[in-house]
Design a protein around this ligand. Structure first.
Ligand SMILES: Nc1ncnc2c1ncn2[C@@H]1O[C@H](COP(=O)(O)OP(=O)(O)OP(=O)(O)O)[C@@H](O)[C@H]1O
Ligand SMILES: [Mg+2]
Length: 288
């Protein structure tokens, strides 16, 4: 049995069923659908990446699973239980570094341990274990403002892990990082997940990142926000950065990027046609 077949046997961890979210338009009391009937099942231990144009409802979907946004209709279940609000079974990592600025690195992680009821005497050692997991050591007593963006996100992931949630919800966690830092964090996250598997829902604008990290890429479209398609990623599990250069990877990236372009422009454009269009537009601009 292949690894993909084996994964299919895993029980459903997150069940998103006919989920609709409507937001009120400020001022006139009208409502606007940010998500139209959306259904998605995530298996236990699966890593699902969500990509889609800006405003298509990715954050809304993630926030519904986090219990931060309420469903207008439909439901989200985690481990069979309806999500009615935030819970310790779901850890959230946002794009903005959501660390407590008045606490040091280790104190930020200890905060999660305290919430989980870990005895005081064990907290410092435990916190170091979670910092090690994301490749951070030697900065325990540093304040967040003195850290680089990449380090802050490592602390944020360590802190989310320390709460021992079974689900990690990540909304463009590496979106603000430069290319090198982003790549290092991607590898650190994959290693952390190998050592401590979790079910992950991960939003990103970066198709390469989505493929590199996930078992499945879900593509969303806008107006109304909805799932347009899904692509399984059948690359080997223990991935290294060099895998991004493989034929299989590049083909997948080109296919998903193409789909996204179709969603964004509403029409099919081959890479060659697109390049030609860009060139003729530039020429037109030069002539004017
Ligand atoms: N609290 C809110 N009140 C009203 N409208 C909202 C609210 N949050 C989001 N929206 C609207 O819902 C739609 C989906 O927003 P959402 O933030 O989920 O999109 P997104 O896919 O995460 O976008 P981005 O890629 O830019 O982060 C957008 O049209 C947005 O303007
Ligand atoms: Mg968003």
């Amino acid at each position: 049995m292949g690894s993909v077949d084996r994964q299919l046997l895993e029980p459903t961890k997150i069940e998103i069923s006919d989920l609709v979210v409507k937001y009120e338009t400020p001022g006139n009391g009208d409502t606007q659908a940010a998500l139209s009937k959306t259904t998605l099942n995530v298996r236990d231990g699966e890593f699902v990446a969500i990509v889609g144009p800006s405003g298509c409802g990715k954050t809304t979907l993630l926030n519904c699973v986090a219990g931060l946004v309420r469903a207008s209709s439909g439901f989200v279940r985690v481990d069979g239980k309806i999500v009615g609000g935030p819970g310790r079974d779901r850890g959230v990592v946002f794009q903005q570094y959501a660390l407590f600025p008045w606490l040091s690195v280790i104190e930020n992680v200890i905060f999660s341990l305290e919430m989980r009821g870990v005895p005081r005497t064990e907290r410092a050692n435990e916190a170091r274990r979670y910092l090690d997991l994301v490749g951070l050591s030697g900065v325990e007593d540093v304040m967040p403002k003195a850290l680089s963006g990449g380090m802050k996100q490592r602390v944020a992931i360590a802190r989310a892990y320390a709460a021992e949630p079974s689900v990690l919800l990540m909304d463009e966690p590496f979106g603000a990082l430069d290319v090198q830092a982003k790549e290092r964090l991607q590898v650190a996250l994959l290693r952390a997940l190998q050592l401590n598997p979790r079910t992950v829902l991960f939003v990103t604008h970066d198709v390469e990142e989505a493929i590199f990290l996930s078992d499945r890429v879900v593509i969303m479209g806008a107006n109304p926000g909805r799932i347009v398609s899904e692509t399984p990623v059948e690359l080997q599990k223990d991935r290294v950065v060099e895998d991004k250069l493989s034929e299989e990877f590049i083909a997948l990236k080109s296919q998903i990027s193409q789909e996204l372009r179709v969603i964004e422009t509403g029409k099919y454009e081959s890479e060659a046609v697109r390049k030609n269009n860009v060139i003729s537009q530039v020429k037109k601009m030069e002539l004017n």
